[in-house]
Each structure stands twice: as structure tokens, then as C-alpha cells.
Design a protein around this ligand. Sequence first.
Ligand SMILES: Nc1ncnc2c1ncn2[C@@H]1O[C@H](COP(=O)(O)OP(=O)(O)OP(=O)(O)O)[C@@H](O)[C@H]1O
Length: 368
Amino acid sequence: MKEKPLLSACDLSIGYTTRKKTQKVISENLNLELVPGELVCLIGPNGAGKSTLIRTLIGMQPSLTGDISLMNRPLEDFTAMEKARVLSVVLTSNTNISHFRAFDVVALGRYPYTGWSGTLSEEDKKIVSFSLDSVGATELSNRFMSELSDGEKQKVMIARGLAQDPSILVLDEPTAFLDLPHKIEVIRILKSLSRHPGRAVLLSIHDLDIAMRTADRIWLFNKKGEFFSGSPEDLILQGVFGSAFAMGGVHFDNEKGTFIIPPEKKGDANLLGNNGVERIWTAHALERAGYCISKDNSSSITIEIGNNSGNTCWKCMNGEPEREFPSIADMIKYINQIHENKDSKKQLPVDLIDQEFDNTIVDEVCLT
Ligand SMILES: Nc1ncnc2c1ncn2[C@@H]1O[C@H](COP(=O)(O)OP(=O)(O)OP(=O)(O)O)[C@@H](O)[C@H]1O
């Protein structure tokens, strides 16, 4: 049986009415549903319409045409207080509350139940503590917001949204300004919150990789304002994921599931030895530097991953005497010089010829 959507839009057009009363349509004919249990990531290039859609869906700006339903009722029928009991919104710009302690910020989330007096019952206090605990921020309770890092502030703001006990949690770019481990932590928290019975989480995000790995469903705007909804994998297979973001030679590799910045193509290289993680990162470095790995070992340059006194080394053979390097960076520098010299017929620079891997030096370095 199809689950009833918590939030839905039918034939929705979003955009702006200008001062001259003309309409600037950002996207039209939008039909979408947010169902319980889902984490939905809204993605799209800059200026595509993500914030406009979010603001329209939560009733912060009027739609141009079409209908929005919240819990099967027209959105416009809700009073602000009714809406706050089913829908909580975490906006990135919402953090100008530096003189509050984290607990008090989260307590603000109880206002749909306490009224504007803000007097907390014992039950309210329990919910505030539970919300802080759910996002792993209990130890921040007594800290002032001004003393928290961006990642810690973001957790507190999510806890505030959670304290509203909403069916729908909407977040505009909750991972902006966070480093990768904190982005992943925040998304993990949001994913676990979306698993609460009867709840869904909708967030806009610029980190495509994170969206692809965690979203149950992606809502995607392309540059033309066209809207697509589906699992990340379906959108990749339909080609819409890659085409939405392709620009300036950057393209999406459907097999690797990542965006490729094409390097200047310099040539091929054979890659021998070591089938472990060193081979993966050597191939990565060669491709990044513009060398394709030869499939039939037919290149005039061969890189062999070897071992010298227990240390990984990279041997380079290209018709010259074999050279050996202690790092990928040194090996790449050398083959770049070969490439440049092939073009300019210059001699190899002396400092590179002298850069052979010297066991004595390595032993000394290890001992100190
Ligand atoms: N108040 C406004 N009046 C008119 N046009 C606006 C207004 N606010 C935004 N726009 C335009 O609407 C379009 C969509 O903007 P929106 O902020 O929704 O994009 P976005 O996908 O959230 O972008 P970003 O990823 O850069 O945050 C843009 O072309 C923007 O210039």
C-alpha cells in the first residue's frame, strides 16, 4: 500500500513576482511527494532553485501557481503554531543567538507547545535533553553558542528542530561550512532521525558525493530548472545526474560515480608490480598527472612498484638507466621531466639525476 505523503506539491510553479508585477518563473509543473521514512537530498547547480523550492514548500514565500499539501491539508490552512508542530525548519543563517546556552536554544524548539512564555514543563525539559542526546550534543548543553564550532552549532540547531517533535525536518544546507568528517556526522544524524516512525527529512546540499551515498531519494534541479526525483542510482542511469552539473570539461563518470576533471593528456605509462593499495594510488597519481595506464603494456615508459629494504619504491624504466624513487611525488616529477625533455630535447636537470633513492640516507632518516 502506498504511504500517504507528509508533504506534497501538485502542478507547482515556483519563482518571484517582480516590482513591475511580472513573474520570474524558476521552475514549473513540479509534482513531488515527501513520504515517511525517507531522507531526501535536494541538489542542483548554484542558482537552480533549491532555496526557492524549500522556502515555497515551507510557506515562507508564495507559490506562483499550484497546490501544496501538508499532512493532507492545504498548506495555507495551517496557522503558524499548527505548522510548527509538524514541520521544523533549520536554516543555515539561523544561528545568530550567540548569547544563549545550547540548552536554551534547543528549548526554543518547544515553543509550539509552551506558547511564547516559554515556560518549560518537566516533560519539555526531558524532550530538550533527549533532542541534544539524539544528535550527540549532550556535553554542549551549558556552553554558549558563541563558544561553539560551526559543527557543534549545527548539531544544536538540528536538536532545536528536533525538539519541535516534527513529522518533517527541513534543512537548508546543513553541511555548509563543515569539514568532511563533520559533514558525514551531520548527515548520519539526519539519516537516523529520518528513520523515526512517521518522519521524513528534506535537506538541500552541495556535496553530491555525500548526497549520492546517503539519500533515499534525490530531488534534482538542472540548470534549466527542470526537476527530477528518484533514487541516486536511477538518476545516474538516466544521465540526468551528470548532465545537471557538467560544465567546463568537467563530466560525471557513471562507472566511478564521481566527477572527472580531465587532465592535460601527456601519454601512456605501463604500471607493473604490487596489486595492493599502492597500485591504486600510483594509478591515481599517473592519471591525475595526465598519463593513461596502458592496457597492453605497450608504452615506452614503465613504472614498477617495488620494495627497497622494506620500503615501497617506484622504479622508472624508459630506455635510460633505471631510476628508483622513494615517493610517488618524486616519480611523477621525473616522468614529467622526461615528457618535457621529449618535447624540448633538453637534457634532464642535474638535480633530478642526483635524486636516486639512497638506502644509506633512508636508514639514517629512519634511525633519527
Ligand atoms: N528575491 C528574489 N527575486 C528575484 N529572483 C530571485 C530572488 N531570490 C533568488 N532569485 C533567483 O532565483 C534563482 C534561484 O535562486 P535560489 O536561491 O533558489 O537558487 P539555489 O539553487 O538555492 O542556489 P545556491 O545553490 O547558489 O544557493 C536564481 O536565479 C536567483 O537569482
